[in-house]
Unconditional design. Structure first.
Length: 254
């Protein structure tokens, strides 16, 4: 499996309480890809990197004649690239808004996971951050408003009546996490799944986080160069095995 990284190498792996929401149950099989071959290029939100690396490895194990190539970045960036003709076979967005930007190429998108936000601080919490209100008085980094994590952050802060002027507005959630982990900021807002297993940062679940849920859709694109492998990969993500991997990483059920 080859990875094309368009974000910092530091991977975020996450924590979140798994809560099932009403939605169609995932299929029971592991893959519909028996007999598929070739390469499938997957464009996926930065917050999916660890989970999709594992999913891709499991998919390749079940389909030894297929190679998965993964491109990770902010969903808005990926949607723009797909709209400009990037050679993606599959798109997995961190929100439905950015999937809608390529609706003509992804008419059958299905929600496969959910995620919520946490406050992330460096280990030891040097800024003494306890809640959302504290973000206004410390060096805070956020995702840019057009990025799913940025839109969710804006909603969360607005709901809490907190105004924050960020030190920087990043194009993907991994960049926010990287700056906080490096001590370049006292705090940031990232997905709950981004902090699982990390010892260089600490997470605080803010009040109202459960009310701001990002829904992640996935679709095989209509002009995929390998439509059979693309459809098989989507089926795998929606399958019991794919959902198990996502759940272990802290994603909510769809």
């Amino acid at each position: 499996m080859r990875h094309t990284l368009r974000l910092p190498v530091l991977l975020a792996v996450t924590a979140a309480v798994l809560t099932a929401c009403a939605a169609p149950a995932p299929s029971e099989g592991t893959s519909a890809g028996s007999g598929v071959s070739g390469t499938v290029e997957v464009y996926a939100a930065a917050s999916l990197q660890r989970s999709f690396d594992e999913i891709a490895a499991a998919f390749e194990e079940d389909n030894p004649d297929v190679q998965v190539t993964a491109v990770y970045d902010g969903s808005s960036t990926l949607a723009t690239q797909i709209g400009e003709g990037a050679p993606a076979d599959v798109f997995a967005s961190a929100d439905e808004k950015n999937m809608a930007k390529v609706a003509d190429r992804a008419p059958d998108a299905q929600v496969f996971a959910g995620n919520t936000l946490v406050i992330v601080v460096p280990a030891g919490n040097p800024g003494a951050v306890d809640d959302l209100a504290d973000l206004a008085g410390v060096t805070t980094v956020l995702c840019a408003p057009e990025v799913p994590c940025g839109a969710a952050s804006a909603t969360l802060l607005s709901n809490a009546g907190v105004a924050v002027t960020p030190a920087s507005a990043e194009q993907n959630v991994t960049a926010v996490l990287t700056k906080v982990a490096a001590g370049e900021a006292d705090a940031g807002l990232v997905y709950a799944t981004d902090v699982v297993g990390r010892d260089d940062v600490e997470a605080i679940v803010p009040d109202g986080a459960a009310d701001v849920v990002n829904r992640y859709p996935i679709a095989a694109l209509t002009d995929a160069r390998n439509p059979e492998a693309a459809a098989a990969f989507v089926d795998f993500v929606l399958s019991a095995r794919g959902q198990e991997i996502l759940s272990a990483a802290g994603f909510r059920a769809p």
